[in-house]
Ligand binder design. Structure first.
Ligand code: GDP
Length: 637
């Protein structure tokens, strides 16, 4: 049974402060946008328990750089008590709105018996993406993803590498597509993820699973850098993953690898041949020329990265793909990141759990254990996990079931109240002191390349001492689902000039709480950003159409002045509405509706089919037959 409960009610009931309720909600990845939760009974009970437990530990969750007033609110004590403790006990002189050093905030909270759990101001990708590989341990194979423009040869390259380097181990060994495969070379092993493209890459990243160590950017030598190549570059750069460029289709007569290298420099990827750091390899996925060299380069890059894992350490992994198999039940391909997965291990993958009944490698060979960077297909789970879900080991099946069940509940709670809100321009404005903000990340889409360049130019000129404005990706065309994925994974805002989001992008943005701002004039964006940086962002309004009214008579009244006798033909009209009056094809007036009268009564609103008297602010020059379109001013940003 779904119930509604507010954060203060819950705090009151459990005798804790609202900050503690919020802290637990944050832990669960649940936001209470307006302080109200809409959840089912079971989930509420679970929340109650978690809050009570957390209250015993007396912890508050704070964002860095808080003021005494914010700390007082979080703990639930009077502002003055906090200020008094600050000045008398800690000898720190401050006002209620002074930004405190984090260690001072901790000491201050301690005065009231609370420990501080530090949260993050924005979903910084670094925190989500922390690789599992520890600095100690043994060298493990690199995990590689192939990206690039459609038809440039990603699939052909993956197929060629697989065909020529994966030998059947046993007679029963069938090469099968399980979402990833490994090649064993003289110089080492490489793990390839089999789903090429940046959508999959960023979708995993958005789920907190940074599995790719090296990205191979495939560019066809006859075609050069294309829009999706640029998108891929942006996605990989924002994930901070090293790029190796495979210049493909070099067998073609019209191939021009030099031109590709030249183009790369325009995207801040300077090839080694030009004195830069980016490794390039000329290849042909058709003839196989250059592919050995490419593989060597991957191993070389991996060596530089010193990728390590501990086979004897704690088990960690990520689901690459999963499905329900008719005969075998839920089947998941898991990439092991640390530790060793063994048959019989009890595991949890997101909200699914089970004992590993069987494991096969990418050749369909049954194996007993899987080491770091190995992709394996796992059987024995109770439900189908999702790509990006993390693998954890459990001691008992009971514990596995309890965790999986709890996660399912949390998902239900999250589904009811929506995910944690991502960064918005307004958040940045509301943060107050600009010193609290480190960077504003943008994705800029536009109808012409010129305006993208113009935005870059203007942003460069802004004073970026306080806020680092970064354009993660820019391009020509509508705002797409991929843009939203990138924004979601990197805590960025999507900006459109004379372009709109495609419907799928819009719904994805709502789901992920990514802010989209569209503009027709570049300087309006720049103004907004400047204002946000100064903490002065003004609300953005848009006039939205609400209805149409026809003037059917003009009355000259002694007391009330000139009144238009009207009939509402569509939608509605409201007192104070913005209006545009047309006579034939000509607009004769733009202004505001001062009052509406229904017979003899003042009215706030009249709807289609009703007659009413209308007066305008400072205008009475209307005629019978004029048409009034009414608009409502709505805040959109
Ligand atoms: P993807 O969309 O990036 O996965 O591209 P595909 O691998 O599907 O390749 C697109 C087309 O280019 C196919 O018709 C391939 O046969 C062809 N192709 C791929 N690599 C090469 C190459 O190195 N040389 C030539 N001549 N054709 C290639």
């Amino acid at each position: 049974m779904p119930v509604q409960v507010s954060v203060p009610e819950l705090a009151d009931e459990l005798k804790v402060v609202p900050g503690q309720v919020e802290a637990v909600l944050q832990d669960f990845g649940v936001a209470s946008e307006h302080g109200v939760l809409d959840i089912d009974d079971d989930a509420l009970e679970m929340l109650r328990q978690a809050i009570t437990e957390a209250a015993g530990a007396k912890q508050i969750r704070l964002l860095p750089g808080r003021t005494p007033r914010e700390i007082a609110t979080a703990i639930g004590v009077a502002d003055n008590d906090v200020l008094k403790a600050l000045m008398t006990k800690l000898k720190v002189m401050a006002t209620l709105t002074t930004t405190l050093e984090n260690d001072v905030s901790e000491k201050l909270a301690k005065q009231f018996g609370y420990d501080v759990l530090w949260g993050e101001a924005a979903p910084a990708p670094a925190a989500v993406e922390e690789p599992v590989s520890p600095s100690k341990g043994v060298i493990r194979p690199p995990v590689v993803t192939i990206l690039g423009h459609v038809d440039h040869g990603k699939t052909s390259l993956l197929d060629f590498i697989r065909k020529t380097n994966v030998v059947d181990k046993e007679h029963g060994g069938i090469t099968q597509h399980i979402g990833a495969y490994q090649v064993e070379l003289k110089g080492g092993t490489i793990t390839f993820l089999d789903t090429p493209g940046h959508a999959a890459f960023t979708a995993m990243r958005a789920r907190g699973a940074a599995v790719t160590d090296i990205a191979i950017l495939v560019i066809a030598a006859d075609d050069g850098i294309m829009p999706q190549t640029i998108e891929a570059i942006s996605h990989v750069k924002s994930a901070d993953v090293p790029i190796i460029v495979a210049i493909n289709k070099c067998d073609r007569p019209e191939a021009n690898p030099d031109r590709v290298m030249q183009q790369l420099t325009e995207h801040e990827l300077i090839p080694e041949a030009y004195g830069g750091q980016v490794i390039t390899a000329n290849v042909s996925a058709m003839t196989g020329d250059g592919i050995d060299h490419l593989l060597e380069m991957i191993l070389l890059q991996a060596e530089v990265l010193e990728l390590k894992a501990e086979p004897k350490g704690e088990l960690a992994g990520v689901v690459i793909e999963a499905q329900l198999d008719k005969g075998r039940g839920p089947v998941a391909t898991v990439l092991i990141q640390n530790g060793t997965l063994r048959r019989g291990d009890i595991i949890v993958l997101g909200d699914s759990t089970g004992k590993v009944r069987a494991m096969t490698d990418h050749q369909g060979v049954q194996i007993k254990e899987a080491l770091p960077a190995m992709p394996v297909e796992v059987l024995g789970l109770d439900r189908v996990p999702k790509p990006g879900d993390k693998l954890e080991q459990m001691q008992t099946e009971k514990a596995g079931r309890a965790i999986a069940k709890q996660r399912l509940h949390v998902q239900q709670v999250a589904a009811n109240v929506g995910p944690v809100r991502k960064v918005s321009l307004r958040d940045i404005a509301n943060l107050g002191k600009p010193t609290e903000i480190t960077s504003l990340r943008l994705i800029v889409k536009s109808d012409v390349q010129g305006s993208v360049e113009a935005v870059k130019g203007v942003l460069d000129k802004l004073n970026q001492d306080e806020v680092d404005v970064k354009i993660l990706h820019s391009g020509v065309g509508s705002i797409t689902e991929n843009d939203i994925l990138l924004a979601g994974a990197s805590g960025a805002i999507c900006v459109g000039f004379n372009v709109k989001p495609v419907p799928k992008a819009k719904s994805e943005a709502e789901r992920q709480h990514v802010e989209i701002r569209t503009y027709k004039i570049i300087y309006e964006l720049v103004e907004d950003i400047e204002a946000a940086m100064k903490g002065l962002l003004k609300p953005k309004f848009e006039d939205q159409y609400i209805g149409t009214v026809e003037i059917r008579a003009v009355y000259k009244l002694t007391k009330a002045g000139v009144v238009a006798g009207c009939h509402v033909t569509d939608g509605k009209v409201i007192r104070g509405a913005i209006c545009k009056v047309t006579r034939g094809d000509e607009t004769v007036h733009k202004g505001t509706i001062e009052s509406l009268r229904n017979v003899k009564q003042d009215a706030k609103e009249m709807v289609a089919g009703q007659d009413c008297g209308v007066r305008f602010v400072d205008w009475a020059d209307f005629k019978q037959g004029d048409v009034i379109e009414a608009f409502e001013r709505v805040q959109v940003g």
